[in-house]
Write a protein that binds this ligand. Structure first.
Ligand SMILES: *[C@@H]1O[C@H](CO)[C@@H](O)[C@H](O)[C@H]1NC(C)=O
Ligand SMILES: *[C@@H]1O[C@H](CO)[C@@H](O)[C@H](O)[C@H]1NC(C)=O
Ligand SMILES: *[C@@H]1O[C@H](CO)[C@@H](O)[C@H](O)[C@H]1NC(C)=O
Ligand SMILES: *[C@@H]1O[C@H](CO)[C@@H](O)[C@H](O)[C@H]1NC(C)=O
Ligand SMILES: *[C@@H]1O[C@H](CO)[C@@H](O)[C@H](O)[C@H]1NC(C)=O
Ligand SMILES: *[C@@H]1O[C@H](CO)[C@@H](O)[C@H](O)[C@H]1NC(C)=O
Ligand SMILES: *[C@@H]1O[C@H](CO)[C@@H](O)[C@H](O)[C@H]1NC(C)=O
Ligand SMILES: *[C@@H]1O[C@H](CO)[C@@H](O)[C@H](O)[C@H]1NC(C)=O
Length: 345
């Protein structure tokens, strides 16, 4: 018999004349009506033994397609629709906002006068326009303020914000407008840099917009990764790192003298007495116009294994000699300095 039901955001009613073919010719799931997308009005009708005499769809009372033994298609729909003549299903492609409204299907089975009408009303859905926008400003840590606004049309029940997958919470720098439409960040911080998402939903549908916020910061945490000592002749690589947006420019000095090396890696092909000393890596950010530096003291070392003692001692003894500077040596057993030796050479 006749059916009348509302499914999620589709309000539908079935008007029947005589007996209906099958039960509930409405689709079971919600339709997705994103602009530019495709919607498929399916029916739950099984293909009958004899094809339907007529399948006809109309929109706001105007014919879209009437299919009998010939097809009458309204201009403007020919390239956007596909009709499944066996079930009466209609596919509508390249949706535009004006496609919102009531759709009616009339199906007349062959031979008998049974008419089913279905009215599908497409409610406003949230995803018609959804985006996050933010003022186009160059953001600098601790210096500038910004805001992110989550725009959407249609009925909206909730907005939920996340940053890098974690819920975004209010704190001393982050606050929301009353309806959570806007997030204020005052001022921006290095931790404000990242991917923001706004999830918008109403009882029947939800959609997400994303935005990458760029905050210029640093250089922070400038450090040199490399050995504190190495044997003469060995290759040594010192790598300077800095947390910085945009990436920092580097400059290396050795014992206060500029080295002409301006990359993040400083390579000593063969360690010599001249290459030991204090390596300073200076990092500079051209946008924040801030710099910072760090020092690594590189020593030369040589190991001796002593097999013979003049006085009582336990053998063998592993002695390391370290060049602290050109003219300053330390002899060590393990980490204990047993001799400091300075020469005027
Ligand atoms: C009418 O359209 C349907 C669905 O596209 C198609 O199967 C059928 O062959 C068409 N009939 C005529 C006469 O073009
Ligand atoms: C967001 O910030 C811009 C620039 O500071 C400002 O013009 C705009 O009014 C702010 N938007 C809101 C919703 O406060
Ligand atoms: C944000 O950045 C990530 C990583 O660079 C990228 O994969 C993603 O597409 C960007 N998202 C947006 C909305 O620009
Ligand atoms: C600097 O290092 C600390 C400790 O590892 C870390 O918590 C912090 O996030 C780093 N700073 C930046 C800007 O990455
Ligand atoms: C540093 O530069 C000065 C002046 O050119 C030079 O006398 C000195 O030897 C240099 N020091 C090093 C360790 O290269
Ligand atoms: C780094 O040094 C190379 C070679 O000396 C030079 O061509 C380049 O312009 C320098 N880059 C910067 C950012 O100073
Ligand atoms: C390296 O730095 C340390 C600590 O500042 C200083 O005592 C030492 O003399 C420096 N070495 C050279 C070769 O300048
Ligand atoms: C440079 O780094 C040190 C050590 O991390 C820090 O204490 C200092 O505040 C930094 N200076 C600047 C100007 O950022």
């Amino acid at each position: 018999f006749c059916n009348s039901k509302s499914i999620m955001w589709i309000i539908a009613s079935l008007i029947c004349v005589g007996l209906c073919v099958g039960e509930g010719i409405l689709p079971a799931g919600p339709l997705n009506g994103a602009v530019g997308g495709t919607v498929r009005f399916t029916t739950n009708l099984s293909p009958p033994a004899k094809p339907f005499f007529t399948v006809s769809w109309s929109f706001k009372g105007t014919n879209i397609i009437t299919s009998t033994n010939t097809n009458v298609t309204a201009p403007g729909y020919a390239s956007r629709i596909s009709l499944d003549r066996r079930t009466g299903a209609l596919e509508l492609r390249r949706l535009v906002p004006e496609d919102s409204g009531e759709y009616t299907v009339s199906i007349i089975p062959d031979g008998e006068l049974k008419v089913c009408k279905e009215i599908i009303k497409k409610k406003n859905n949230v995803q018609e326009v959804l985006m996050i926008h933010s003022p186009a400003l160059v953001l600098i840590e601790d210096k500038t303020f910004t805001n992110l606004t989550c725009e959407a049309s249609g009925s909206i029940s909730t907005r939920v914000w996340t940053k890098d997958g974690q819920p975004l919470r209010e704190d001393s720098r982050v606050s929301f407008s009353i309806n959570k439409k806007t997030v204020y960040i005052h001022p921006v911080h290095s931790s404000s840099h990242g991917n923001y998402q706004c999830l918008i939903s109403n009882p029947v549908s939800s959609e997400t917009a994303a935005y990458n916020l760029t905050v210029n910061y640093g250089p922070h945490n400038v450090s040199i990764i490399g050995p504190l000592s190495a044997s003469p002749g060995r290759r040594v690589e010192l790598r300077c790192t800095a947390d910085s947006i945009p990436p920092a420019l580097f400059r290396w000095t050795l014992n206060g003298n500029d080295t002409q090396v301006n990359g993040s890696v400083y390579v000593i092909e063969r360690l010599t007495l001249e290459s030991i000393g204090n390596y300073t890596c200076s990092a500079y950010n051209t946008v924040t116009m801030l710099g910072n530096s760090t020092v690594l003291s590189l020593r030369g070392e040589r190991r001796y294994l002593i097999h013979h003692c003049l006085t009582k001692c336990s053998l063998p003894v592993d002695i390391t000699s370290t060049y602290v500077q050109k003219s300053h040596f330390e002899f060590m057993i393990g980490k204990q300095v047993i001799l400091n030796y300075r020469s005027d050479l």
